[in-house]
Design a protein around this ligand. Structure first.
Ligand code: ADP
Length: 274
């Protein structure tokens, strides 16, 4: 399912003394099956874009096309429920949204609320707990008796249980240790590759964008100032510096190796920390 933002502007608390413009004329095309990273500093507009991706927010001006549904400021659409089902969002610290008595019930809640049978919802919950590397026993436990990392996985399972076509991730590894971060990021990458799940990663980590994404968009002061493949984005270090962004360490390393090879210098002793 493609998502296309066309000239999207957004103002919070519009027509009040507290009006705050958060987005200005954002154009962004996220093709079906891609892994799109959205990067930018705090306050650049990433979360505001993210909330447009499943119509939690509607543009103040411009439009967004989510699959075949067009979302515009004035236009009422009965299809928003369908959109919300197809675009799953893993918000920051998603474990804060856990609420049910048991892990099983928590994961089943979303799909059952959207008309999936109890049997099917249960099957999805059991499969997802396995996929996320949790032991079967957690299904009957209270989510609040689990470790932080396990709670995060259960919350992610709850989003995946809706069988979304697009998965939007808002800093999904915030607060996790490096090992937990890598496990979760690798899992999302696996879902993207194996199931063709269109993935949108909102992050301030250039490194994660370089490692996983096939397209990168840079947000700055409410505008999408750069968009393209990682090669295109990372080829212009000077431009990135205009937006106070640094090349990821892995790309710096790669460039250093290329420079040394050009000069025919030995590269055997280089490490990525240089
Ligand atoms: P990011 O996710 O990149 O940190 P946001 O999309 O949260 O950026 O914010 C973009 C701008 O909108 C910021 O100036 C922020 O202060 C403002 N903003 C975000 N949420 C609200 C809100 N609920 N009400 C008013 N202003 C907001």
């Amino acid at each position: 399912m493609d998502i296309t933002l066309q000239q999207v502007s957004y103002a919070y608390a519009k027509n009040t003394p507290f009006e705050k413009r958060a987005l200005y004329d954002v154009d962004l095309h996220i093709p079906s099956g891609s892994y799109q990273a959205i990067i930018g500093h705090t306050g650049s507009g990433k979360s505001t874009v993210l909330q447009h991706l499943n119509a939690l927010l509607k543009p103040t001006e411009g439009s967004i096309k989510i699959g075949d549904v067009e979302v515009k400021a004035e236009k009422k659409s009965k299809q928003l429920r369908k959109v919300r089902q197809k675009v799953g969002i893993v918000f920051q610290f998603p474990e804060h949204q856990l609420f049910d008595e048991t892990v099983l019930k928590d994961i089943m809640f979303g799909p059952m609320n959207f008309g999936v049978s109890e049997e099917e919802a249960k099957r999805r919950a059991i499969d997802l707990v396995k996929l996320l590397g949790l032991p079967d026993e957690v299904l009957e436990k209270s989510p609040f008796d689990l470790s932080g990392g396990q709670m995060r996985r259960v919350a992610i399972a709850g989003v995946l249980a809706m069988n979304p076509e697009v998965l939007v991730l808002d800093e999904p590894t915030a607060g996790l240790d490096p090992r937990g971060r890598k496990e979760i990021m690798d899992l999302f990458y696996h879902l993207h590759k194996e199931k063709g799940l269109t993935t949108v990663l909102v992050t301030h980590s250039m490194e994660d964008a370089a490692r996983y994404a096939d397209r990168i968009a840079i947000m700055h002061d409410g505008k999408c100032v750069l968009a393209g493949t990682p090669q295109e984005i990372f080829s212009d270090e000077v431009r990135l510096m205009d937006y106070r962004l640094e090349l990821p360490q892995s790309i710096k390393f790669q460039k250093k190796v290329e420079q040394m090879m050009e000069k025919k210098l030995p590269v055997l002793c280089l490490t990525e920390e240089m």
